[in-house]
Every structure is written in C-alpha cells, then in structure tokens.
Write a protein that binds this ligand. Structure first.
Ligand code: T1G
Length: 699
C-alpha cells in the first residue's frame, strides 16, 4: 500500500510509503484520499496527521508520470489538497528530510505544519522547466511573504526547515519538532491539542500583498530575464506569484494552472525532465548490481603534475581525500603544486573558498619523485603524456609497486585501455578515468571499462565519482570513447564547411546561436589546435583514407595553435581571450579552396547546425550499436556535461528525438548528395534508420 493508515488513540496517522521519495503518484494519491475519508468517517478520530515513511516526507509529484494520463488521473494532486482543506477534522503535516514540489504543496493544504530540523524545503519545479502546479505559487507567498517565496520558486533551491522557521512572521511552520526522532510523537500531541480548534486555518484564506507590487515584480522580471536565457519557466514563475497578490485565491490558482499547462508542454521542460532521469540513469551499469561490493578509497596517487594531473588532484582534495602527486623532476612537481595553489587562491579571492578550507585541502596534498612511496594508495590515476609508450612504462612500474587491490586508472582521452591493462598482471584492476580539462571544473568523467575491468572496480569508481561531484558515464573501449569519438565527426563537418564556403566565425556563430557554449573553432583555439593535429597524424596511419579538410593542418603548420600561441583560427591581443576574425586565416582558406578547385557557396546557418549536430547523432547511434554506450541518455549526459551542449535541448540524442528521427534521416540523405561531403559517413547508422522507419525515438 503506498499510504498506510494507523490510529494512535484518537489521532489518525496517514503515512505515505512510496519509495524512494514518496512521489505523489496515482496510487499514493488514492491512498491519501482513502485515509482522509476513513478518518473523517470515524467518530473516534479527532485529528489527522500526514507524514512520509523513509527518507522523505515527499519528493513531490511522480516525475515518471509526466506526460501520461496518470499524472492528472483523479484524485489528482489538486483534488487531494482540496480534500485536506475541506476535512472536518484538523490535518497536521509532519515534515522531515525532504518536502519538495507537490510534497510541500500538499503540506500547504494542511491546516497545520510541524517540521523536524534539517528538512530540505523546496519548490524545485523550475529546474524541470515547469512551475509549482498544485497551488505552491499561491500558498507559499501567503506563509513566507512574496519575496522569500518568489526567490524559492524561481531558484528551485532547497532551504532548511529551521531557517524558514526563524523568518519573522512566517506561517509555514506552526511548530518545530525537537528532532526527526520525536517528530511523529510531537505531531500527534500537537494534533490532539488543536482537535477542537475552529475555524480550521486555511493558507488560502491568508492575505497576500506586496507593498510596492508593480515595482517589485518589474525588478523581478528584469532579474529573471538576465539569468534565464532560453528557459521560459522562471519568467512564468514571476507571473504566477504576481497573480497571488492580485485578487481572489481561485483566480490565482487558475492562472497558475494555465501557466503550468503551457510550460509542461515546452521542449525545454521535456529536455530538463529527460536530464533529471538521464543523470540518475548514468550512474547505473546494467550488468553491475547496485549492491556490488566496493573497494574503500582512503588515499589517491596521481602520476603527473601537469594541467590534468593538477586538476584531477584538486577533485580529491576538495572531497577531503589525501593525494600524493608523483613527477619525474622536482621542478615539475613544484610547478604543479604552484598551479594548484594558484587555483585555490583565486577561489579564495572570489570568496568561493574559505581560507581555512584552502589550508585544509593543501594539507592533504603531498608530492614525491619515488614510485615506492605510492604503494599504499587505494587508487592511482595516471595523467602523463598521451603516448602509448609512456603509458606502458608507467603501468609496468605501477604494477610492480602498488599494493594488491589498488585500482590503476588511466586518464587517457583516446588510447586503448585494454592495451594499457595488458602492461600489468592485474587487468581486472585497470580502468579508464577520463577527466575533461579543466579537470577540477568540468563535471564529466568518462569511466572507460576494459574487457577485463572488475565489476567491483567499476562500482567503486562510479561511487567515487559521486563523492568528487562528477557525472560519470561508462564507456566501452574504442578510439575516442564516447565524447571524443563523436566530436571527431563534428570537427570533420566543421572543416568541410570551411572548404565549401563558410568562415570560422560563421560556423561558430551559428552553432553558438543554437546554444553551444563555444563553436568548434573558438573551442580549438582554447584547447589548442595542436592536440587535434597530433590525433589526426596518429589516425592518418590507422585510417589512411579518412577524409577531412586540410585547413586545420595548414593552420597548425603556420604555428597557429590558438590562444596559447596568440593566434589560431582567430587572432588574439596579448593577454586577452577575445577571438578576432583573422584575415590571414580567411585568405588561407580561400587559397585552399582554389587549390581544390572549389567555388565557395553561401551556406545557411541551418545547414551548419544540422551537419554539426546530426554528425554527433549519427556517430552516437553507431556508438550505441557498438555497445560503447549502454543508453542514448548516457550520450546526452556526455555532451551536456563535457562538451557544452545546451541544457535546454537535453543533449544530441534527445534533440534528434524532438526534431524527429525521420527528419534527421531526410537531412542526412541530402548531405549524402553533397560531392564535397563524406557520403559514406552520412549513411544513417542502421539503428537510426530502423528507429526512423518505425517512427520511434532513441530515448
Ligand atoms: N518523481 C519520481 N522519482 C523521483 C522523484 C520524483 N519527484 N524524486 C526523486 N526520484 C527518484 C530518482 O529518480 C531516483 O530514482 C531516486 O528517487 C533517488 O533520487 C505538482 C508537478 C528528492 C532531493 O523536482 O530533487 O511536484 O535512480 O538520487 O540525492 O507542483 O531526488 O533510484 O531509480 O536524487 O537523495 C518536483 C526531484 C516534482 C524533486 C532526493 N520535485 N527530486 O535526492 O536521491 S514536480 C522534484 C530531487 C511537482 C507539483 C509538481 C531528489 C531528492 P532511482 P536521488 P537524493
């Protein structure tokens, strides 16, 4: 049963019990309605308490139900809240741990609320691209005041119950329980104490005004416009809360309903709801049970104190895990530690890090030139030069030195993890942990699973990723894993577009207008064009007939590696990062076209975006077919957290679903007819062709 009913003397306690967070799905709503009917029909019952079992009062509406008839099936949440408000007997909400979204809205329909300290209170709907749809935008302002309520609704951020209870004049909580342990007992006693109170207080009857309403909401609208580019929900939150100050409660509720129905159908909301589940799904590995035993990681060693090694180390220091960094030379160590120190000092200066925390993190860092000093580390991460010979030396040494059971991880971004594992006698302990630069900032961690990587090693690394606040996605072994294998095709299309008539700035502007944080050419100048150059040289040996534009190589032959050399696809003034279109590069491209006998053509932005994004989609479909990624939403998470794909579009695979796979395939057929393009690449991946033909989607 998803809502239990129990009499405590003359108080009926209805306990929501729908693990994991008492989502207010249909069955739970029915359980609540039945409980309220039963309590109101039992003369021995003088008062009612509603609470939640397990780790939440309630995490809100069941997001799984969105888009299905169940979400609004009666009794829908509005009806349950109306039942609570019209109960003959007082209804007390006993809140603990989590009261979010519809869960908080349910409590606002109750006559009284008692909360345990430490409970997370939020209306996070805006993070799903919607707004509170069960009266939250009308009731929360009535109990916390318009400004506090609007801040909570527009940010979606949780606030601790004890903080809200201290707000002057607040009417959210009638009582604070001493602790979570005593909450139910105190709630029952409180319910008994108000059993005869009449009339029963209703939040909907409280006044709701803002002294300078027009000015305040204008200010709020301006603030929201700045922070919510591409996301329609925050502005509608302002509209809904404004409605709570403008007239009858029912009118405000109707306005909220209208705005909710509008938002829930937007592609942005579909994307954000997709990301909510995609992020959680990524942490699950189909053939690794959730209860797989994990190895304890109490200390970490990092090989290499360069940009990656330093950034990787910071992740563990931030999580309070001691790190020993090894380098070959003292000055490399000193440089690496100085960079870590500089990064922390910059955070302290910005007020993002307290200086005592900074000192504490630095105290967890040690350095060494001697591998033998690493032997007791539970995990070692290699972050040395991206060349197999170098990796071989490192892993042979690690195999000889590290204690049995230590996890040996490589931060390689493209090399074969199976080959790296073969340099050791313990391939089951070898795994790829591919961080993205800057490693202490980018959320993505590709966990590369070798053929022999142990399931306990995978379970350990996935759980460790959560501790260091990374979004971990498991990838199989192939050239480029998930992200770089796809970005390779994206980059090839960018090059072909230059050959055919586009300029670097036109390509960048088009894809940045689509929503990417940075176009391919600005990205190349930032990361260093020489990195791609080295990879292309390596690949030219393995795939001699791989078609790609020579413009990127010609750029590197001119020594234009990007910001680090003061010039790349764009020119840069010293010390500045502004990308200035370069006449020299435009001329180099024009000469290149002449050499190829190409007459440049005008290319529409739409074609630029489709060729770049659908290249990701087609390669992503192949990655799914090859079993390199286990689900399309994992590919979306890689692109959202590692490659600046716009969050409000949900990732390349969801975007393709929203465009319609039939339309994606039609566009690819057009690209196949372009003599300057790679017709073979644009052959739709069989999975994509099949889904399109069957009218299905990736997700
Ligand atoms: N619906 C369905 N499943 C949910 C859920 C929800 N609201 N919240 C969490 N889960 C699942 C989640 O998918 C995961 O499943 C498991 O619970 C643990 O979650 C009308 C319309 C509550 C703070 O937006 O913020 O109410 O992966 O890993 O870190 O106005 O979950 O284990 O199978 O995040 O302890 C508004 C979203 C809904 C809250 C717990 N509510 N949830 O965090 O665990 S819309 C939300 C959270 C709404 C009304 C509107 C967090 C949490 P699995 P977890 P956690």
């Amino acid at each position: 049963m998803t809502a239990e009913y129990k009499l405590h003397g003359d108080v009926a306690v209805i306990t929501m019990n729908n693990p994991p967070v008492n989502g207010l799905g249909y069955a739970t709503r029915v359980g609540l309605a039945n409980g309220l009917d039963r309590a109101n029909g039992d003369n021995s019952v003088k008062a009612i308490v509603i609470t939640g079992a397990g780790k939440a009062f309630s995490g809100g509406a069941d997001i799984n139900e969105f888009g299905s008839p169940k979400a609004s099936a009666e009794p829908n949440l509005h009806s349950v809240i109306r039942m609570v408000e019209s109960s003959d007997k007082p209804v007390v909400a006993a809140i603990h741990s989590v009261a979010m979204g519809g869960g908080l809205e349910l409590s606002l329909g109750c006559h009284y609320r008692i909360a345990a300290p430490g409970a997370s209170i939020a209306l996070p709907e805006v993070k799903l691209g919607i707004l509170p749809g069960a009266g939250g935008t009308q009731r929360l302002p009535r109990v916390l005041g318009v400004e506090t309520a609007l801040n909570m609704i527009v940010s979606g951020e949780p606030v601790k119950s004890e903080l809200l209870a201290q707000l002057p004049g607040q009417k959210l909580f009638d009582r604070m329980a001493a602790s979570q342990a005593s909450l139910l007992e105190e709630a029952i006693a409180f319910a008994r104490s108000v059993a005869d109170a009449r009339p029963l207080p209703l939040v909907r009857n409280l006044p709701c005004k803002h002294p300078q309403g027009d000015a305040y909401f204008q200010f709020a609208r301006n603030m929201v416009k700045g922070m919510a580019k591409n996301f329609p929900a925050p502005a509608k939150c302002v509209d809904a809360v404004e409605a709570s100050t403008q007239g009858r409660f029912e009118d405000g509720l109707a306005r909220e309903r209208e705005l909710f129905v509008y938002l829930v159908q937007t592609p942005e909301s579909a994307a954000l709801r997709h990301v909510f589940f995609a992020e959680r799904a990524a942490s699950k590995i189909p053939d690794v049970p959730a209860d797989t035993p994990q190895r304890e990681i109490k200390s970490v060693a990092v090989i290499g104190a360069g940009t990656m090694g330093g950034g990787i180390s910071m992740n563990f220091l931030n999580a309070g895990i001691p790190v020993t960094v090894l380098e070959m030379k003292q000055e490399a160590l000193d440089r690496g530690v100085a960079t870590i120190r500089k990064n922390y000092e910059a955070q302290v200066k910005k007020g993002k890090l307290k200086s005592d925390k900074y000192d504490q993190r630095m105290s967890l860092l040690s350095t060494t030139l001697d591998y033998k000093e690493l032997k007791d580390a539970d995990l070692v991460i290699e972050a040395v030069f991206e060349e197999m010979g170098v990796k071989q030396k490192v892993f042979e040494t690690l195999d000889a030195v590290m204690k049995p059971g230590a996890i040996l991880a490589s931060n390689t971004s493209t090399l074969d993890v199976n080959k790296i594992a073969s340099f050791t006698k313990r391939p089951q302990d070898v795994v790829g942990m591919h961080f993205f630069s800057p490693a202490n900032v980018m959320k993505l961690l590709e966990v590369v699973r070798g053929a022999k990587t142990g399931k306990d090693v995978l379970a350990t690394v996935m759980s460790l990723a959560k501790k260091i606040k990374k979004t971990a996605v498991v990838s199989g072994v192939c050239d480029g894993f998930i992200g770089n294998r796809m970005i390779e095709q994206y980059g090839r299309q960018a090059g072909f577009l230059l050959d055919e008539g586009a300029t670097p700035q036109q390509v960048d502007k088009a894809i940045e207008k689509f929503g990417f944080a940075m176009g391919p050419f600005r990205m190349g100048d930032l990361a260093g064009n020489d990195i791609g150059w080295a990879i292309r040289k390596r690949r030219a040996v393995e795939h001699p007939n791989m078609l790609y534009s020579r413009t990127a190589d010609k750029l590197c032959e001119l020594g234009r590696f990007g910001q680090k050399t003061g010039a790349g696809w764009y020119d840069y003034q010293s010390g500045k990062r502004d990308a200035i279109p370069s006449q020299l590069v435009v001329k180099m491209i024009e000469d290149h076209r002449k050499e190829l006998g190409i007459t440049p053509r005008k290319i529409a932005d739409e074609e630029i975006v489709q060729r770049l994004v659908f290249a990701l989609v087609n390669e992503g479909a192949r990655i799914l077919e090859d079993g390199i990624a286990s689900r399309a939403s994992d590919i979306d998470m890689v692109y959202l957290t590692g490659y600046g794909f716009p969050l409000y579009r949900g990732g390349p695979m969801l975007y393709a679903d929203q465009v319609g796979l039939f339309n994606v395939v039609q566009a690819m057929k057009r690209f196949q007819r372009n003599p300057r393009d790679d017709a073979k690449f644009w052959e739709p991946a069989p999975l994509l062709a099949r889904l399109a033909a069957e009218g299905k989607t990736f997700n």
